[in-house]
Design a binder for this molecule. Structure first.
Ligand SMILES: C[S@@+](CC[C@H](N)C(=O)[O-])C[C@H]1O[C@@H](n2cnc3c(N)ncnc32)[C@H](O)[C@@H]1O
Length: 326
């Protein structure tokens, strides 16, 4: 079956990479903020994990973005005999979404479908991007307010400069860790990354050299009923055996608002990356976040770089995200 993902516009490359990290399938079509993938079956648990996607559709037809073609396509798509509502999402220039909704709704009503705009059993969704219209049955609408409810300021323990939940979840997903896998964050700070991995069931191990941070992480995880193993330890010398973790996602110290417990930031990065490499299983991934380019240090530690992204935060902070493979 073909799945279309309506991607969020908050980053050019991360939403796309997040989908491709979780969904194993052939890439069929790519449009601005839309990705179509051919998969054997839709895995709802994976869909629910996504942070930077708005909606997931089972593709029913793809046509030119013009009303006549859309009317014709809606006249022949196969849908279950349930009540429907039609929603269209325009990305960039193109037809008005309300016109498209009315056109599809008319075609479906003429075929005897019950239109119910308040409590439909199925949402038919049209994605309008780059002159193309993708019509599909909505499989998931990602409730982004879930992430807002965990923003740093509302957690019991707050420290400035931490990652936002959607970004932390995307970082976790980029590691491709499975729900039954074990994820380590050796610079856990207030626990934002651990929280996002623990919430979908991954086993989490977190550590930080600062005992106040570890205590704060414990408070934050307890607040959301997430179980974890937490340690106060220096990331340059992890008390974990070789090749025992399935994934690492971590936000390295920036050396500004947080303390760096080492002679220098460079020395800390090199030693910690060596330790992360040691404890990761073969072929596993580490998603490493830093405030400045650091590919050299990552490859020096033995990793192959599989992907690289940037996230603009404000004029003096652009995060670098490196996907490193052991
Ligand atoms: C950028 S913060 C992580 C923020 C975290 N992602 C969050 O959302 O709260 C980096 C953390 O590294 C910790 N740290 C600094 N030096 C360290 C070291 N040598 N070993 C382990 N942790 C260290 C700091 O205490 C800080 O909590």
């Amino acid at each position: 079956m073909k799945l279309a993902f309506e991607l969020s516009g908050e980053s050019k490359s991360i939403p796309r990479a997040e989908v491709l990290a979780l969904f194993n399938g052939a890439l069929v079509q790519e449009l601005e903020r839309v990705l179509v993938i051919d998969v054997d079956a839709y895995d709802q648990a994976l869909g629910d994990r996504l942070a930077m996607t708005h909606a997931i559709l089972e593709v029913k037809d793809v046509c030119k973005q013009e009303l006549r073609s859309i009317y014709r396509a809606a006249g022949s798509i196969e849908l279950p005999r349930v009540s429907v509502a039609v929603r269209a999402k325009r990305i960039g220039h193109g037809l008005k979404s309300t016109e498209v909704e009315a056109t599809i709704g008319k075609a479906l009503a003429e075929r005897g479908y019950e239109i119910d705009l308040t409590h439909p059993q199925l949402q038919v969704r049209a994605l309008l991007s780059q002159g193309v219209c993708i019509i599909g049955a909505t499989l998931a609408l990602i409730d982004r307010s879930r992430f807002e409810s965990r923003r740093p300021r509302v957690r019991p323990y707050f420290y400035p400069g931490v990652l936002l939940p959607r970004f932390a979840r995307a970082a976790v997903n980029l590691t491709r860790v499975k729900a039954e896998g074990l994820l380590l964050d050796p610079f856990c700070g207030t626990g934002g990354i651990l929280l996002e991995a623990g919430l979908f069931g991954a086993t989490i191990v977190g550590s930080d050299v600062d005992s106040r941070m570890v205590f704060g992480t414990k408070m934050n995880l307890d607040y959301y009923d997430v179980l974890s193993d937490l340690l106060v330890q220096d990331a340059r010398q992890l008390g974990l055996r070789d090749e025992c973790v399935d994934a690492v996602a971590t936000d390295l110290p920036y050396g500004r608002s947080v303390s760096v417990r080492a002679h220098s930031l460079n020395q800390l990065k090199a030693a910690a990356l060596g330790e992360i490499f040691r404890v990761l299983k073969h072929n596993a991934r580490a998603v490493l976040i830093s405030h400045s380019p650091f590919e050299h240090e990552v490859t020096d530690a033995g990793f192959a770089i599989e992907g690289r992204h940037t996230q603009y935060v404000h004029k003096s902070l652009t995060r670098e995200i490196v996907i490193a493979r052991k």
